[in-house]
Design a protein around this ligand. Sequence first.
Ligand SMILES: [Zn+2]
Ligand SMILES: [Zn+2]
Length: 281
Amino acid sequence: MNTDRKSSSANKAEAIDHTAYTRIFIPNVIYFHLMQFGGFFAALYFLALSQVSPLWWGLAAFSYFCSSCLGMAITFHRVLAHRTFALPKPLEYLFSWFGMMGGTGSTIAWIALHRRHHAHPDTDEDPHSPERFGWKMLFSGFEMKLDWQRVRDLLRDPFHIFLNRYYIILIASWATLLFLIHPLAFFFGFLIPASMQITISNLSTILGHGHGYRNFETKDHSTNNVLIAALTWGEGWHNNHHADPRNWRLGLKWWELDPAAWIITAMTKLGIVKQESFLQH
Ligand SMILES: [Zn+2]
Ligand SMILES: [Zn+2]
């Protein structure tokens, strides 16, 4: 029995695809600038120079909801980075796809960085501490050194390895497909919402530490920020989150609105998310 256990854990160790890490797309500043400024100037153009049907703006809002709420807040962050509960695999994969199309990296890359942030918040090892990098983080001026040891669980999942390995090809194919369907679908279904996601995500790394109020005396300088919470479906209750990263609910007071948690509650009531998949406190 012992031998069986040993060999099964050895197999698990071998199953980790280390090359997935070395071949991963390491996001760089040029990539982020292309998406961030491209989407920003496209939005300005459509607002000021070329009026389009409000339906296109509706598509941009819907795409932002898919990538930022279902993708980043629920799946990248609460499901995968902290394993606070589990989604059924098909939904985990679909929402991971949505999150990735927001342009802030693959699941593996984003989670490697995020787990490092939680391990060393506001120290020299923090990849995005506002004390180290300041406002240049608004334009992705933070550290993108990734550590695969932190994402060993994801390196066992072929789907996440696939997203990681073909990151740029997948993003470019999706953008091209939307463009072929309708040129405006490229701008409103992809570029503008991705620019929003990159900008708001960068802003939250700045305002989430040192700008706002604190409910808990954590060792880091994390803060709850109302503006970020409003823009990110509740992710801005960042001091609450640092105090207990195992809690899937980030808004704790009645007025700390947490739409991502409402959706998780609804999915649980509908039986989509299993009660037993939640981390026990
Ligand atoms: Zn933080
Ligand atoms: Zn976190």
